[in-house]
Design a protein around this ligand. Structure first.
Ligand SMILES: Nc1ncnc2c1ncn2[C@@H]1O[C@H](COP(=O)(O)OP(=O)(O)OP(=O)(O)O)[C@@H](O)[C@H]1O
Ligand SMILES: [Mg+2]
Length: 250
């Protein structure tokens, strides 16, 4: 299996507290990984480091063998590492369709003179339709984004991230604040996307049913360190993980 993302000895601290402590990580192409751990463990910070939103203290991050450690967020996103946010990001008064359409334009504007070419605008519309259909938002395309349920707003945020044709998708707590039904649809969306596009997916999640239900591999972060990694079965039975995170939950 090919390694798509590799992290070597990554360190980052804020005011003496390590959010990333000598992290060593290999993510295989097409894998579906959950990152779990207590509040403040450094999970979101790890996504911020990978996507260039914060600067590391030391270490290296490689994407498809290329050193991206010092690249800017927009460069990293255009190379194919794309994130959806813990709080969804969209234009609330615009329609679902227009939100995804506008996000799609950023993909196509890289090709020269795209506005002058009526066929490329057709491509943008087709691309938008394809994404909305894949995320079960096509029927809701004429609603304002603000009129969507909380669950669908999170799915819209993923739809907008997908317009960038990511190779690696980073999802920060995709089911946070969702009802059990919304959670089920999000789980379905994540599984389907991963399967359909062979999309390498990393997601941060607190809900253990979601984690154990979809992750192929689980990594556990505590105080900036990855203390364990393995399958659901291995993580469930790992005494160190039970002690430091899962407690009596499982
Ligand atoms: N930009 C920043 N400046 C200073 N401290 C920060 C910054 N970003 C994060 N921190 C601190 O780093 C620690 C790790 O934060 P992070 O958001 O990565 O945790 P997390 O594992 O995502 O937690 P949660 O599960 O609550 O989302 C926290 O103590 C947080 O307050
Ligand atoms: Mg977080």
């Amino acid at each position: 299996m090919d390694v798509i993302l590799e992290i070597k000895n990554l360190n980052k601290h804020f005011d003496g507290i390590y959010v990333s402590k000598n992290i060593i990580l290999k993510i295989f192409k097409g894998s579906l990984t959950a990152i779990i751990g207590p509040n403040g463990a450094g999970k979101t910070s790890l996504f911020n480091l990978i996507s260039g939103y914060i600067e590391k203290d030391s270490g290296k991050i490689y994407f498809q063998g290329m050193d991206i450690s010092d690249k800017k967020p927009e460069n990293i996103a255009s190379m194919g590492i794309v994130r959806a946010f813990q709080v969804a990001n969209f234009f609330p008064d615009e329609t679902v369709y227009d939100n995804v359409l506008v996000a799609s334009i950023s993909l196509f504007k890289k090709s020269t003179n795209f506005l002058a070419d009526k066929y490329s605008f057709k491509n943008i519309r087709e691309h938008t339709d394809m994404i909305l259909k894949n995320l079960n938002l096509f029927e809701k395309r004429d609603l304002k984004a603000s009129e969507l349920s909380h669950g669908d707003q999170k799915i819209l945020d993923i739809a907008m991230a997908l317009t960038l044709s990511p190779k690696v998708l980073l999802l920060d707590e995709p089911t946070a604040g969702m009802s059990p039904d919304e959670r089920k649809s999000m789980v379905k969306v994540i599984k389907e996307l991963h399967k359909k596009f062979n999309l390498t997916t990393l997601f941060i999640e607190h809900d253990m049913d979601v984690v154990f239900g979809i992750a192929e591999i689980i990594r556990v972060m505590v105080r900036g360190e990855i203390i364990a990694e393995g399958t659901a079965e291995e993580i469930r039975n790992n005494p160190m993980v039970i002690e430091s995170y899962l407690g009596k939950e499982v």
